[in-house]
Design a protein around this ligand. Structure first.
Ligand code: SF4
Length: 279
């Protein structure tokens, strides 16, 4: 058993909250470059260049990439040979979020659903913990803005709707979302499991680096077919027209019940931010 003090988790979560909100990944910047080469609309090209410039300024000046600094979604891969000491995991993560949003001057965006009273420190965090082999902890912080989250959906298709039904639904969801999720977007898709598991698969699919292939050939093909259809919609960057409505479609799938076909679409805006650390 390896002992890890939860204080270390708090420190990492604090840093990751700030890094994720100020330092857009190289994979996203490269995806902007690819889109600029493929675009035909001068307005779309200008917007994509502005998004790159915005990311550059955020990184250099350590300011948030967007005013919506998101709900702190935290994925924890907890090694089964780890013994946590010095406190409890949930509170250690909450404290990290508190410190990160305070020290990074990040907007606190979490409130009571009815009164809309702000919790004041961007907690609680949304924590997804998975117990894995080994004696390490991997923590991924993925702040999620509401503009794109609000456009996300879970639907229980009938099995007979099949792959064509999935394609139709995902493309329609992006079409109906229009400019609301601040395109160009990344479309996370979860297929199978149960209702809540499909949503989690869709969210997890967004952690895959942009530009990488799906390890399942069947899903890789499906991703490019859906992306082609989406980019024929003409919504374009910021909804002002163009070929680049989405930068990628990313799918995770697992078996489902014989009587159902759960499908989740988690739309992510161009501020595709997540950072990870291993302890
Ligand atoms: S959807 Fe993304 S880019 Fe748009 S306001 Fe929200 S976080 Fe910012």
């Amino acid at each position: 058993m390896r002992e890890i003090d939860v204080k270390l988790i708090t420190e990492k979560v604090r840093d990751l909250c700030i890094q994720a909100n100020t330092d857009l990944g190289e994979d996203v910047l490269r995806a902007f470059d690819r889109a600029i080469k493929q675009e035909e609309s001068p307005v779309a090209i200008d917007i994509l260049k502005e998004l790159k410039e915005n990311a550059r300024i955020a990184k250099e000046e350590k300011v948030p990439i967007c005013q919506d600094t998101g709900f702190a979604v935290v994925f924890v891969d907890l090694g089964q040979d780890v013994h946590l000491v010095g406190g409890n995991l949930k509170e250690a993560i909450a404290e990290g979020v508190r410190q990160g949003y305070r020290d990074g001057y990040l907007r606190k965006s979490v409130c009571h659903p009815f009164t809309r009273a702000n919790t004041g420190d961007n907690t609680p965090a949304i924590i997804h913990t998975e117990v894995v082999q080994g004696d390490q902890i991997k923590i991924t912080v993925a702040p999620k803005g509401a503009g794109s989250e609000n456009m996300s959906r879970v639907v229980m298709l009938t099995p007979s709707e099949g792959i064509e039904g999935i394609k139709r639904y995902v493309v329609q969801r992006v079409k109906e979302s229009g400019s609301n999720p601040c395109p160009p977007t990344i479309v996370g898709v979860g297929i199978g499991g149960t209702m809540e598991q499909a949503a989690l698969l869709a969210k997890k699919s967004l952690l895959r680096p942009l530009g990488s292939s799906n390890s399942v050939p069947e899903l890789d093909r499906l991703e490019s077919e859906i992306l082609t259809e989406i980019n024929r919609l003409g919504i374009g960057p910021q909804g002002l027209g163009g070929r680049t409505t989405s930068l990628a479609v990313q799918i995770l799938m697992m078996p489902c019940h014989i009587a159902s076909l759960p499908l989740a679409v988690n739309i992510q805006c161009h501020v595709q931010r997540h950072k990870e650390a291993v302890i």
